[in-house]
Design a protein around this ligand. Structure first.
Ligand code: ZN
Length: 379
């Protein structure tokens, strides 16, 4: 009975469907010549030329090499949706998938994911810092970014504590994140939640209080549009309403404390071609007198994100990894992390103000492109 109800609930819900296929091939970096959907309009890209100044290395080239330091390599940005209070054995699907395509995950699998990333040497960082090119992760560790779309079952309220803090369902996304945060203080637990008009579905009064608690406790809230429309098919006025209404709402609830980042529903549009000027409304517009500016937009998951410092990074089409299982195939978590851990992962030098990388990785001279005015240390 529970299963049938759950399945129908999942089937009617709007998933963030990826339009990308053939993503399971190994993509070489930095010699990747695969055409990317990188045609952004000028106003929306932060790829302005920045000066490249070299800094004195604080370690020897041998030390950097031994630790595998490479800040031109890729960063996993995980895309999750709903987290259900289920064991993996409760589902009909492989691994921790609650639905066939794995857009929803069991609480057991989500908690195991977080423990696994930690054990592999990943440490969390805020998405907004990534967009700013400010990657502050300890020496020898790798950044990871956690995101949630749709707001449903991400934050499930059980009630309020006497001190006014929210009491969360321990099996919802934030319940598990808080548990892991307490257990691993050096994990820097954080996540960005992208919401639609219904917010987290705890009733608007509760959600307003919860959202204030979230931004005060290290979590970020971003924009997933008002009604989850496929923006690639919308005209300018519709896009302005869809994006602007959520910014206006966030400004009302948590003024100045939300992130100006849009997770594109269905990962649409996949690129921002100049012949589609209506897409500019994702980035700049005015809704009911409220003027907004979007700094970055996210695609739906299949693969790791480029370092913000390299040529092919595009802040309008930031790539994510879908948090799901498929026996190590079709861009699932295992396949992506096997690739990352096999020479593709960003490994930090511990200093957010320098970009350290093997000189051979920029032998073309144009792979390092955006320094965000950091100093560079090729070795
Ligand atoms: Zn969505």
């Amino acid at each position: 009975m529970f299963r049938r109800k759950l399945v129908s609930l999942i089937l009617i819900s709007a998933f963030c469907l990826s339009a990308f296929t053939g993503c399971n091939k190994e993509e070489p970096e930095p010699t990747d010549t695969t055409p990317e959907p990188t045609t952004a309009t000028e106003a929306t890209t932060t790829t302005e030329a920045t000066t490249t100044t070299s800094a004195a290395p604080t370690r020897t080239a041998e030390e950097y090499k031994a630790a595998g330091i490479n800040e031109l390599n890729s960063v996993p940005i995980l895309m999750y949706h709903r987290i259900y209070d289920m064991k993996n054995s409760d589902t009909e699907y492989t691994g921790g998938n609650v639905d066939k395509d794995g857009y929803n995950r069991t609480s057991e699998a989500f908690e195991a994911d977080l423990r696994s990333y930690y054990q592999m040497g990943y440490r969390m960082m805020r998405l907004t810092d990534f967009v700013d090119g400010r990657i502050d992760v300890a020496y020898g560790y790798s950044p990871i970014i956690i995101t949630f779309d749709d707001g449903i079952r991400d934050v499930v309220l059980q009630g309020w504590n006497e001190d006014g803090t929210p009491k969360f369902d321990p099996s919802c996304a934030i319940g598990i994140l808080e548990k892991i945060k307490a257990e691993f203080p050096d994990y820097n637990v954080t996540a960005t939640f992208f919401v639609n008009d219904q917010l987290f579905e705890n009733g608007e009064e509760n959600d307003r209080k919860i959202m204030k608690w979230m931004v005060d406790n290290g979590y970020d809230i971003g924009n997933h549009t008002r009604d989850h429309k496929k923006l690639g098919d919308c005209d300018a006025a519709t896009i302005e309403t869809q994006v602007g209404a959520i910014y206006k709402k966030l400004e009302d609830i948590i003024p100045g404390q939300y992130v100006n980042i849009v997770a594109l529903p269905f990962g649409s549009p996949e690129s921002m071609p100049a012949e589609k000027p209506q897409y500019q409304k994702i980035f700049d517009g005015t809704y009911e007198g409220f003027t907004y500016h979007t700094r970055a937009s996210l695609l739906c998951g299949w693969t790791r994100a480029y370092s913000p410092f390299v040529r092919d990074y595009n802040n309008t089409c930031i790539r994510r990894i879908r948090g799901y299982d498929n026996n190590g195939e079709d861009c699932d978590i295992k396949q992506n992390f096997d690739q990352l851990n096999n020479g593709k992962r960003y490994i930090s030098d511990g200093n957010p103000d320098t970009i350290v990388f093997p000189a051979s990785d920029n032998s073309s001279g144009d792979w390092l492109k955006n320094t965000f005015d950091h100093q560079t240390i090729p070795y």
